[in-house]
Design a protein around this ligand. Structure first.
Ligand code: AMP
Length: 378
């Protein structure tokens, strides 16, 4: 094991969202200083960073100067241009390496990588033209989901095609795309795995994820799956992390089919919304794990201390005015996390709640009750 990055060193973080904010809070509690590079002022991460550079990702001089000023560099945002990390890597070690970001920021590249390594995926094909789309549909059948290859998240850039007629009427501007078979999943799960410089891995318990309008709504841990399914899901995540030679925290989203088959939906090369429960419910949070991995520490235990559930707080909750914080806070066993975002737009992730229980069901009921208590007018 190489030497740990000395506390007091400077970690550089690219990206300014809530994942960066929670990473910085973990890094600071371990004695590090964190410099953040983010295009906008007053970002969730910028608010808690030691130093903030607010420049464009394509400002070469600013990127190089930022990288020169830190001891190691990581990121919290997927869509950082490839060029930016190449500039940065000339001055500081980037973990996970920039090539991984390049693979995961494009659905087609990601699927090509996973398929070549033999990992199970829904039937899929690349689509740029109407001819490609007809050929792809022969592979996937209908219904199928057409997704933009880049810049899609939370269901953005996705269309469901029910039939050849839908495909024929499909506007293919804004591509390229991938077409995927719509799979009849019984559950969506994710596995978050930390992987260190020495290849050591630490897998969090499988998360059961419920979405609303394509956005993660609640996560329950441990997922209500058999030990066999949980074991295979964890094995898949570890194997994918190893095949990427990953250093950091990787999230693997999967579909569980009725016959127990697991298919990989997508990867995130960073802590993940479904892993937020780990801040309150695990020995080591996913954010501390990222700090440990990029700082060359041995990984911490991902052990879950209690069944728990997480509920996202979206901007919609503010539609009728400021949520009733006191009502949720009165439930003294519920943890409230807010990301410092000023503008509560619909669908925007503003914060989350975590609650515990003697079982996943009781934890889920508790977190949903707490979120309901926040709603004005109830
Ligand atoms: P994604 O952005 O790819 O994670 O998709 C967002 C959500 O759309 C997923 O969490 C699923 O609920 C749904 N979805 C995406 N791809 C598929 C698929 N191939 N089959 C069924 N549902 C899907």
């Amino acid at each position: 094991m190489s030497r740990v990055l000395a506390p007091g060193s400077r970690i550089g973080l690219m990206g300014g969202g809530q994942l960066g904010r929670m990473f910085i809070l973990a890094a600071r509690s371990m004695g590090y200083r964190v410099n953040v590079f983010v295009p906008e002022h007053d970002s969730p991460a910028g608010q808690v960073a030691d130093e903030e550079t607010t420049r464009d990702y394509l400002d070469e001089e600013a990127v190089r100067a930022f990288a020169r000023g830190v001891d190691v560099l990581t990121f919290e945002f997927e869509n950082i241009p490839r060029q930016t990390l190449q500039w940065a890597a000339e001055h500081a070690e980037v973990r996970p390496r920039g090539e991984i970001l390049h693979i995961t920021q494009n659905r087609a590249r990601e699927k090509e990588f996973l398929a070549a390594a033999g990992f199970p995926l829904p039937a899929w094909a690349k689509v740029a033209t109407a001819e490609d789309l007809s050929a792809a549909a022969l592979l996937t059948g209908y219904p199928a989901i057409l997704k933009t290859a880049s810049f899609g998240y939370d269901g953005k850039g996705q269309r469901r095609l029910e039939s050849a007629k839908d495909a024929m009427q499909c506007d293919l501007s804004g591509g390229p795309f991938v077409l995927e078979a719509q799979v009849p999943f019984v559950m969506e799960v994710s596995v978050i795995v930390g992987r260190g410089m020495d290849g050591q891995t630490a897998c969090y318990p499988v998360c059961e994820n419920m979405h609303r309008n394509h956005i993660l709504d609640t996560t329950v841990v441990p997922a209500r799956v058999s030990p066999d399914v949980a074991g295979r899901a964890e094995q898949l995540a570890r194997a994918i992390a190893a095949s990427l030679d990953f250093v950091g925290v990787l999230a693997v989203e999967m579909f569980l089919l009725p016959d127990g088959t697991l298919l990989v939906n997508e990867l995130a090369p960073r802590p993940h919304n479904s892993g937020h429960f780990s801040i309150d419910a695990c020995v080591t949070s996913q954010f501390e794990q990222q700090v440990r991995a990029v700082g060359t520490w041995p990984l911490g235990s991902p052990e879950l201390l209690l069944p728990c559930a997480m509920a996202n707080l979206l901007g919609d909750l503010w539609a009728e005015g400021e949520p009733r914080w006191a009502a949720a806070a009165a439930l003294g066993d519920v943890k409230i996390h807010l990301y410092g975002k000023a503008e509560p737009r619909a669908g925007r992730k503003m914060g989350h709640l975590t609650a515990f229980g003697s079982s996943p069901e009781t934890a889920l009921a508790r977190v949903v009750a707490a979120r309901d208590a926040l709603r004005v007018g109830r």
